[in-house]
Design a protein around this ligand. Structure first.
Ligand code: BJ8
Length: 425
């Protein structure tokens, strides 16, 4: 980190000793997993810098924004529209966490058999180690899976600024109407928080900013279709993770910069891995920072990850919002249309996800798909069986795994992944 941020962290109420320990583990993991990679594009230096300052400079920027009167909104789900936050002059940041922390305290509040993502978010709160959570003026929970829904009831006792958004479970007209009414309610809540009334101009501009950020990732995704893959899956995932934290315009520019470099690498046939390395599509639960365990296993087992069918990946960024609306209401409809297409496994039925996975596997020329399920995540683990069947129809091998954030199963996972990769050769 380039500066000493300890007084800022103290002001935010972080537990400095626990936070030091977390940064220490993260720094080592980043060095061992990311910096140890070979043939990385030079543009990844930007993402390395962002990660080195993820609790430093970026938090300082958010604190400066707050000092100038801007509000910070934290979210746990890609259904929370960043466009609405931006249109009301607020900043949206992701709060999902990808590491175990303060697990003993967490298990006083949540059952042991809760998915790692939910437990981790609680651990970061209870352990007082997340400056994003502590700097948020509003924390948005959402009624998606049962685990999250019930966990927010407990989280409401730990924070005084929780806002819960209801979400549909079916892709019906009623479901769409619910999403629209919830987005309108959220818009009012954000306006009340910021004191800023959303106008057609501000919403249009916010849609443009978020579309640009997603379009930049579309460009990056599309370059990963090349063989040899010009960028590793670990680095591709990192760009998708930074999407949730960075300043939007700077993020967009940085992704385009790396894409310019990747285009040259593709022309020169320069890859992160040699040509004909078995290509894997990862599908399933989101992998939040710093959950790099599974991609690291895959990419040290002789394969390259070429895409993520995940909310930290294409499920979260797939569609753009139509920008043809001229009134706030028309643009809210466009937002509802866009977000209603997110094929999270909490929806029933959810056949579109199967089609999207088949399509992604073909587009990225994946030799195989690994379904990544977090233990105790009912929606995705239940859906992994239909996913496997849908891939079977296309003759695409599929490996279904269940894991958590612990390191105990690393050896066992590696053995299974290596055997799967061998089968793809
Ligand atoms: S839109 S995937 S970000 S809900 S892993 S907490 S589902 S038990 S994260 Fe998600 Fe929104 Fe859906 Fe995407 Fe529950 Fe499963 Fe845990 Fe999960």
């Amino acid at each position: 980190m380039t500066e000493d941020y300890r007084s800022m962290w103290t002001d935010l109420g972080l537990d400095l000793d626990a936070h030091d320990a977390l940064l220490d583990v993260l720094g080592t993991a980043y060095k061992d997993i990311y910096l140890a990679q070979k043939n990385r594009p030079e543009g990844m230096a930007y993402f390395d810098f962002v990660m080195s300052e993820v609790h430093g400079l970026r938090i300082k920027e958010l604190m400066d924004e707050k000092a100038s009167g801007r509000k910070i909104i934290g979210s746990y789900c890609v259904f929370v529209p960043e466009e609405i936050a931006l249109a009301a002059n607020a900043t949206l940041v992701g709060l999902c966490s990808g590491a175990d922390f303060a697990m003993e305290d967490v298990e006083q509040l949540l059952p042991r058999n809760t998915c790692a993502l939910i437990k981790s978010s609680f651990g970061f709160k209870l352990g007082k180690v997340c400056p994003y959570l502590e700097s948020a003026d509003m924390i948005v929970g959402e009624n998606t899976c049962d685990g999250k829904k019930k966990a927010y009831e407990s989280l409401g006792h730990l924070v005084d600024n929780l806002y819960v958004m209801d979400l549909p479970q079916m892709k019906t007209e009623n479901g769409k109407a619910l999403l629209k009414s919830e987005y309108l309610r959220f818009m009012e809540a954000v306006e009340a928080l910021t004191g800023v009334t959303i106008t057609a101009e501000s919403l249009k501009s916010a849609i443009g900013v978020v579309n640009a950020k997603r379009a930049a990732l579309h460009r990056l995704c599309s370059l990963r279709k090349a063989d040899p893959a010009p960028i590793s899956g670990l680095d591709g995932l990192l760009a998708n993770q930074v999407f949730f934290y960075d300043n939007p315009a700077r993020f967009t520019a940085s992704v385009h910069k790396i894409c310019d470099e990747l285009e040259i690498r593709i022309q020169e046939k320069k890859g992160a891995f040699p040509e004909k390395t078995p290509r894997i599509l990862i599908s399933g639960c989101p992998q939040a920072v710093p959950n790099w365990k599974f991609p690291m296993i895959v990419e040290t087992s002789g394969a390259v990850i070429v895409g993520e069918e995940s909310c930290v990946g294409e499920r979260g960024t797939r569609n753009l919002t139509a920008d043809t609306g001229t009134t706030v209401d028309e643009m809210m409809d466009a937002l509802v249309d866009r977000y209603f297409q997110v094929d999270c496994a909490i929806f029933t039925p959810n056949d579109q996800r199967l089609l999207n996975i088949q399509e992604m596997a073909a587009a990225y020329k994946a030799d195989g798909v690994i379904h990544y399920g977090l233990q105790f995540c009912q929606p995705y683990i239940m859906e992994s069986i239909p996913v496997e069947k849908a891939l079977e129809e296309k003759d695409i091998p599929c490996l279904r795994i269940e894991t958590d954030y612990g390191m105990e199963d690393m050896g066992q996972l590696k053995t299974r992944v290596e055997a799967f990769v061998e089968q793809l050769r």
